[in-house]
Design a protein around this ligand. Structure first.
Ligand code: HEC
Length: 147
């Protein structure tokens, strides 16, 4: 009889331990979730400074570099949207072939514009793909003039 009792206790205790472990696990998950939620709330409520957060680009490097077809498309876009100010070698805006901006730094100016200058933001008019194509066109031109 006593042996039976002992066995049945033994049989139960691992279950209890497991139950306890689950309990702690659930508590831990809940605590982490609380921290996560409060952090995101804190971030959301932070007064927005005028500089927008770094946009999330699909590419970190130009996916169209050296692609003749996309460069031709970039030229078409450049002529219809940028040429009026930047022309072939600068006008109202600077000569973009001489710009030191590369990759996403270039894209950022194109998409966000430059506050307090005539450089407009193109975010609502050009897609990221189109901006990369324009850059591919400009880079291709820069290579030509170096030759
Ligand atoms: C209405 C005129 C205008 C149009 C249209 C325009 N830009 Fe500009 N852009 C400017 C001006 C002016 C500046 C110089 C801003 C400054 O003083 O920092 C500039 C600056 C830039 C710069 C920063 C260059 C550097 O090295 O600092 C980039 C890049 C640029 N433009 C790209 C473009 C592209 C690409 C397009 C077409 C999608 C475009 N711009 C259309 C006027 C224009």
């Amino acid at each position: 009889m006593s042996r039976r009792l002992y066995e049945s206790n033994l049989g139960q205790s691992p279950g209890n331990v497991r139950g306890l472990a689950y309990g702690f696990g659930a508590l831990l998950v809940a605590a982490l979730a609380c921290v996560g939620v409060s952090v995101s709330i804190a971030q959301g409520q932070r007064p927005s400074t005028h500089a927008p957060a770094e946009p999330k680009w699909k590419w970190s490097e130009n996916p169209f570099s050296g692609d003749a077809e996309q460069i031709a498309e970039g030229e078409r876009l450049y002529k219809s949207t940028c040429y009026i100010c930047h022309a072939d070698h600068g006008g109202r805006g600077p000569d973009l072939h001489k710009s030191k901006l590369k990759g996403t730094a270039f894209l950022r100016v194109v998409m966000e514009g430059r506050k307090g200058t005539q450089m407009p933001a193109w975010r609502t008019k050009l897609s990221e793909e189109e901006a990369w194509k324009i850059l591919a066109y400009i880079e291709a031109g820069a290579e030509e003039t170096q030759r």
